[in-house]
Unconditional design. Sequence first.
Length: 136
Amino acid sequence: MERARRVTLSAAVFVLVCFFLPWVQVSCGGFKDSESGLDLARGGDRALWLVPLLMLVVILLGLMRAWQQRASTFALVSLVSGLVSAYLIERERVDADQAAGLIRAHVTGWYWLGLVASLVVAAAALISYLKRSRSP
């Protein structure tokens, strides 16, 4: 149980860090620019603010001693947070692909690492919840 909680917390911290790193790189002719998750959230997609907020909730709940006794609740909150974050991050890739036309936009490695880390948060939480529900 402790290992799953550590993996969940580590992945949540990684998602939080990746949110502030470049996700989308835009190029047109010789001009290149990049935008982080923070820039994209400020630029119009207000739902993206849920990514850092949900990861902060997971981190805070995981570090609180009182919640360690409620491991199944922590696992469910982490599972939902990881899935919602992964959905919102993936939606940005789809939006970047649809916006591509004259201007070339592609996602960076930090985007993919943030997406994978969100899925790791959800997977570790699911494993923790399933192990917890099977034990007497």
